[in-house]
Design a protein around this ligand. Sequence first.
Ligand code: NAD
Ligand code: LMR
Length: 330
Amino acid sequence: MTTKQPVRVAVTGAAGQIGYSLLFRIASGDMLGKDQPVILQLLEITPALKALNGVVMELRDCAFPLLADIVTSDDPMVAFKDVDYALLVGAMPRKAGMERGDLLGANGGIFKPQGEALNAVASRDVKVLVVGNPANTNALIAQQNAPDLNPGQFTAMVRLDHNRAISQLAEKTGKPVSSIKNLTIWGNHSSTQYPDLSQATVDGQPALDQVDRDWYENSYISTVAKRGAAIIEARGLSSAASAASAAIDHMRDWALGTPEGEWVSMGIPSDGSYGIPEGLIYGFPVTCKNGKYEIVQGLPVSDFSRGKMDATAQELSEERDEVRKLGLVK
Ligand code: NAD
Ligand code: LMR
């Protein structure tokens, strides 16, 4: 029997496709540990509350021992009240032929009131993960509208890209995913992202000694960066179970820590490290301990990497300019 007090976890877009995978994994203890009870606080738009009620019925039918309570609402001031963790998923997915940035006009406006509500009512230590696309710039919008919270509490999901990058390298080398360490997704969760193998190892040996450079530069990077579009093409819907799994990984590592000597990729506000303009929500290599993340410092950056890292930063600066014009950030 656990003696821990429940923590409050908000999930937005809870009646959507990602929500349908995510909620059950949170409630079963995959995210915060098998000894941590949770109260789910679920936000949806008013027309989706009926469908959300059906999801709640199913959650109850699982009789999860760790699920202490469920709150549902169409008001962020209710759903975010005292939350310790907030997973901002609710937003429109892209369709075939679109870039994620094309969603800024439709989705950007969701994240200003949600940032304001987090600022007003969430726990002062809330950890926020933005999944809804375009995730990095939506995270920036939420962060800028929550001036009483530390900017570092707002993060964006590049973990799905990180997991895709591991899986593609495992397939190429014929080695298990568990043998692959320390690759990085730099930048935006978009087709300009830079999946960087320069420090990655497979079975403790440099990854780039085990694959052809031409494959890495001309096939691997774009396969990882365009995997979301390939899923949409194949399924007719954007990724959902893999996105939920990556969200679990992101929050679990942030809350419970990364393994000694290993790093993961998180979209976080740049502090200027690696020459990335301050404030942009950018994918960096991070280690996590005691509920805090830290950027891995001092990694060598080749000319090839520099070009890719700057290009994705440039795209994020342009997205920031766009949402500035919409009055969503300063
Ligand atoms: P979906 O359309 O199935 O579900 C989205 C849900 O959000 C819907 O139920 C909708 O009613 C709800 N919603 C819309 N506006 C809302 C608001 N203001 N407040 C609360 N809820 C709201 O979409 P999905 O497949 O679950 O994807 C959700 C988002 O996640 C999309 O933007 C998608 O592109 C993005 N995504 C990101 C990643 C990533 O790696 N960062 C991966 C996959 C999907
Ligand atoms: C993904 O990477 O699968 C998601 O961001 C969905 C998309 O639009 O590609």
